[in-house]
Design a protein around this ligand. Sequence first.
Ligand code: HEM
Length: 458
Amino acid sequence: MAVFDAEKVQGNILRGYPLDRVRHMILEVSDRRRAREFLAAAADGTGEEVPRITRSANWSERPEFCFNIGITFEGLRTLGLPSDQLKTFPTEYTEGMTRRALKLGDFGESAPEHWPAPFDRPDRIHIVASAYANADHHLDDIEKKVAKVFTVLGTRDGRNLPDGKVFFGYRDGISQPRLRHVFDPEHAGDHQIKDPLGTVLLGYQTQLEGIKFTIPTPEDVFRDSAFNAFRVLQQDTEAFETYLTDAAHFLESHRDVARLLPEGAEQNIGGGMSRHDALREVVAAQMCGRWRNGTPYEASPNSDVQDGISLTNYDYSLSSRCPAGSHMRRANPRGGPIVQRVANYTRRMVRRGMSYGPDPETGEHGLLGNFIGANYGAQFEAVMCDWINFGLQDPGITGTNDPLLGANVPETSRFDLTLKGGGHIRLSGFPRFVKTRGGAYTLLPSLPAIRYLSQLTA
Ligand code: HEM
């Protein structure tokens, strides 16, 4: 059994950074000798002109900036990793995000052929380097250093929105896997079961009985690395809010509406609001699985007041009021029932993301998401394909997509709102609210792996 040493693991994997801005730099290695020198200096902090890679180790003081890298399969090849070692990487990573498009729901307007530069040339994307800080000058400084060595194909800037919210108005960043051997003070009140380290890092036991994911060769080098799905997800906030309004109009006159939201309950939503606005919030809450202020719908179906309610410690059952089709229950059914078994926390992922935009010219805005795990096939792709886009976990939702971010079209979309005492009201006619605008599958190499890559000679 490998002995865990957080110093070998890049930062932002086991714990998120307490920093509000990010710049993702999409890089091409045009000079592999200089790229290797950069990696050597970044791993050990030995060059004035090279930012040091931030580790996962705990810090007592807030760092001023952090710096991490993810490397694509093309990047490993370009850095000179020998072909017998390249062959030991998993197929999903080898193919890269664009060739996995169908599994990820990246078709129609979300198809890679519509992605803007630099994501239109995935073969040129070798590294996604990410700088985090609270002040832009740190990000600019890091970008300048990076640009001396690599070709910067493009950048994407993100920031945390006020109150921990994302576009669409939800509070995010509440639920993460709790990992054994990792203390995260920000999630100290979270009592969900602890996941083994193998959920995110290569080389450790996973939650799947007896399964350890294969470590690419050389194993002692790539142990403690993780795989990341970096996604640029455009959100259509106007369409989302418009749909909530339309749905509330429809519900106001529905004969079962009192079983959806009892008369008078609107006083306990958003500090008190009109019946119409409260119904908009109920739809938003059931679509996500949380009220927009973060209160779990499962724990509190008639009120978003958080007094005495844990935001994380709850589970789903057959009689849950949180719809099986909601975003959160699809993405993590927790210990709840799914077809033929219980979900048992088997497809957990670490999520790190910040919002981007709105672009001053186009208005485009959305989420720069990182979905991190030890295995794409068993985690990110399985969730995106089986659960978010096909609903295979529950016969009641099979054939439907996640209402928040699934590949929906108004002609066929449907989502069942749950009612007190059983039964549902069906919503339909909603479009796709989240469109993919780019991304890459990257390896987040361990520190020993970064050093190893820096010493390649081919
Ligand atoms: C723009 C796109 C997205 C938006 C607006 C969004 C929004 C949210 C919100 C508001 C929550 C609840 C907050 C929390 O528990 O921390 C959440 C939870 C979650 N989301 Fe997303 N999400 C997006 C994309 C995705 C994608 C692509 C995945 C990947 C599979 C994903 C997986 C999850 C998971 C695993 C959870 C935690 C569920 C739990 O542990 O109970 N999300 N999301």
